[in-house]
Design a protein around this ligand. Structure first.
Ligand code: FES
Length: 336
């Protein structure tokens, strides 16, 4: 194991095993580093190597620009120490959830089919997990050495039973091969988390800041956690939730959201179909937002879904004058 110091915005030292990614070591010690995908694809976790050597895979320039690479930046989620090392985090204002990453053993409590190809999985865990609404867990796919990432849909307050919303990806080893192909009540799950910067922190925004939540597909899961938590903090909070899917059969939890909207006058729930007609809204959620709001100045937004949906949603928010710092997003590509 090696000693790794971080300087700059945060300053701390942790011990990191030779086969352990730097990010993993810091988060397990409760030291925050910016992070999102934990897969080497988003670039959020970039840190500058000041001294020492790390074993880091080659990174495409789309993830870490040539300039950054020349200046010694590496991805903390993909780099393992080969000596004692010092790294620097540049982004000075970066703050995020500080919950300690840990290994978690879960037991499947229930599986419910909620749409033609979507299930919710309830998992009881050994001890309550500290996390922020919006964060995710990694779940080991038995016998494959692979992990899959699923956001918690439950709010942090009910942290000893986690809810995941999982869509089947045809041919996927985790979904077709396992979750939709034999996973059952009582089965044990090996998990680690929480991960990610996409999070709602009570008190982070001015009270009463209206919230816009844009979900694509099972991107609804983290936004469920966020909405329920925000309504617990302030039952009158103004929240506009848009859920975009292709067809009506892809929608789930409509009844739940209608009931929440009845109890909380500030919540509006807008399911949107992009590929078929019905008696509700149609089109993309980004366009629905453009139609519904003349200005989004003073709003905060949380977006989670496929990359194209998130990009279009962010564009819509900016066109309606939402300040960039108020827009929080997580792109989600189901890996099956
Ligand atoms: Fe996304 Fe490391 S590249 S968290």
């Amino acid at each position: 194991a090696h000693r790794v110091d971080v300087v700059g915005a945060a300053s701390a030292s942790v011990t990191c095993a030779e086969d352990q990614p730097l990010l993993d070591a810091f988060l397990r010690n409760g030291v925050y580093l910016p992070n999102s995908c934990n897969q080497g694809t988003c670039g959020t976790c970039k840190v500058r190597l000041c001294s020492g050597t790390v074993d880091a895979p080659e990174v495409p320039e789309t993830v870490l620009g040539a300039d950054d690479q020349a200046r010694g930046f590496v991805l903390a989620c993909q780099s393992r120490p080969r000596s004692d090392t010092t790294i620097e985090v540049e982004a000075p204002e970066q703050t995020g959830p500080r919950h300690r990453l840990r290994d978690v053993v879960g037991t499947v409590h229930g599986i419910e089919t909620v749409a033609h190809d979507t299930v919710t999985v309830l998992v009881d865990i050994d001890e309550p997990l500290d996390f922020s609404a919006g964060q995710y867990m990694e779940i080991a796919v038995p016998g494959t050495g692979e992990w899959r990432q699923y956001s918690m849909a439950n709010p942090p307050a009910s942290a000893s039973r986690l809810e995941f919303q999982i869509r089947r990806v045809p041919g996927g080893v985790a979904t077709d091969g396992w979750i939709f192909g034999g996973l059952d009540v009582g089965h044990e799950l090996e998990m680690r988390g929480p991960w990610g910067d996409f999070a709602y922190e009570p008190g982070a925004d001015e009270p009463e800041t209206p919230m816009l939540l844009l979900a694509g597909g099972t991107g609804l899961a983290p936004l469920t956690s966020i909405a329920v938590q925000a309504l617990t903090d302030d039952p009158d909070r103004e929240i506009h939730l848009y859920h975009g899917v292709r067809h009506e059969a892809d929608l789930y939890h409509q009844q739940f959201w209608r009931e929440v909207a009845e109890r909380h006058r500030g919540l509006t729930y807008v399911p949107c179909l992009s590929r078929s007609e019905w008696d509700g809204r149609t089109g993309y959620v980004g366009d629905a937002v453009l139609d519904d709001f003349a200005s989004l100045r003073g709003y905060v937004a949380y977006l989670c879904g496929p990359p194209a949906m998130v990009d279009a949603g962010v564009k819509a928010c900016k066109r309606r004058r939402m300040p960039a710092r108020n827009i929080r997003r997580e792109k989600y590509t189901p890996s099956g």
